[in-house]
Design a protein around this ligand. Structure first.
Ligand code: SAH
Length: 351
């Protein structure tokens, strides 16, 4: 018998197509969608406005999966990291980041990652699979509940900056964002959601064509191909001129500013030519730059550049009218900071 499908992974349109395909009225999709999303029900049996026969049919073909927070760690700075167990036993991590003004959820989109960025701990896990829309959505709900329970505050922002490359899981990530922003789901404004990508040109164009309303961030780290090729192998197939064209297209279509994430490493991208290249790249479309503090993942090749190099970056960008800020990492003591999500406890536990 074929494996049962996760019904919460479907979009409303896919659900409608399913009901049409079995000869049911399309409005059944709306009824089931409300049970699943508005009412949050966990069994077909409870869907009392459907006939018994239809409920049985759904039961035979689908499951209603939910994630489980297996372990929650709290940092001395208030950051919370969840180890989230999926229905097949795989684990991803998500992070709650509290600041004075915001509570941000940092969400994973894949189990592991296939990109091989040399400075990132998640790359060591390789990619195991894409997350379904409901697995992405449920991470947000878990963090929203923790924000309310531990801090008495609402969740204000969501960033797709956890494990994985969201644009390599395009359909499910957009389906999840649709549920997060729809009134049947969490009703959050798309302006408070940021998708962070390694910079896949083709998929950035697709986002623009799909007229998405959320924010875009690009993990740039270098505006010189010869440097970016070495630290982010994806750049070999997807070089900076292509990325630049796609970003111009994005801005032309959406009029939405892009954020560049950028780590400055000693002897890698801390020279005047690196700074000039970034300043030039930034003049292309309206943008801002977040200089992210490096979180060492081992004793290796990469070291945070000194503060002089950071100041040089800040000054040069300011001269050309670009807003740049240094972002200090949160949750380092529990390995919850950028690039540190690697299921460490899980690995330690199974070793
Ligand atoms: N694949 C997406 C989502 C991951 S976001 C992307 O590339 O944007 C995680 C962010 O943390 C990225 O900007 C990534 O470049 C950055 N990062 C990875 N390893 C890091 C490390 N060790 N220290 C600081 N930032 C890191």
């Amino acid at each position: 018998m074929a494996e049962k499908k996760d019904i919460r992974a479907l979009t409303k349109d896919e659900l409608r197509e399913y009901f049409i395909s079995i000869g049911e009225k399309p409005f059944r999709a709306q009824q089931v969608y409300e049970w699943l999303w508005q009412k949050g029900h966990k069994s077909f049996e409870e869907m009392t406005n459907l006939s018994l026969e239809l409920r049985q049919k759904l039961e035979e073909n689908f499951v209603i999966n939910h994630i489980r927070v297996d372990e929650m760690q709290r940092s001395s700075d208030g950051t919370i990291k969840n180890a989230v167990r999926l229905h097949d036993g795989k684990i991803v991590e998500s992070v709650l980041i509290p600041t004075d003004k915001r509570i941000t959820a940092c969400i994973s989109s894949q189990v592991g990652c296939s990109l091989d960025c040399t400075f990132c701990a998640t790359a060591r896990l390789k990619r195991m699979r894409n997350l379904n829309a409901d697995e992405i959505y449920d991470q947000v709900v878990a963090i929203k509940n923790e924000a309310e329970n531990f801090y008495g505050r609402p969740l204000t922002n969501i960033v797709f900056m956890g494990m994985g490359e969201p644009l390599m899981n395009y359909h499910n990530v957009l389906n999840a964002i649709d549920k997060i922003t729809s009134l049947e789901g969490l009703g959050m404004s798309p302006k408070r959601i940021t998708l962070s990508t390694v910079g896949l040109a083709k998929m950035i164009r697709k986002l623009a064509d799909d007229e998405v309303k959320f924010r875009l961030a690009v993990s740039l780290h270098s505006a010189r191909d010869e440097v970016r090729d070495r630290i982010m192998p994806i750049n070999l197939k997807n070089p900076l001129p292509e990325l630049a064209d796609a970003l111009r297209y994005w801005y032309q279509k959406t009029k939405s500013k892009v954020t560049y994430e950028y780590v400055v490493w000693k002897d890698i991208n801390d020279k005047p030519e690196d700074i000039q290249a970034l300043a030039k790249f930034c003049k292309m479309i309206p943008c801002k730059v977040n200089l992210i503090e490096y979180n060492p993942i081992d004793e290796g090749e990469f070291q945070q550049a000194d503060s002089q190099a950071l100041n040089d970056y800040l000054n040069s960008l300011k001269e050309v009218g670009i807003v740049a800020k240094v972002r200090h990492s949160r949750g380092k003591d529990i390995d919850a900071a950028c690039g540190q999500l690697a299921n460490k406890n899980e690995i330690a536990g199974t070793a």
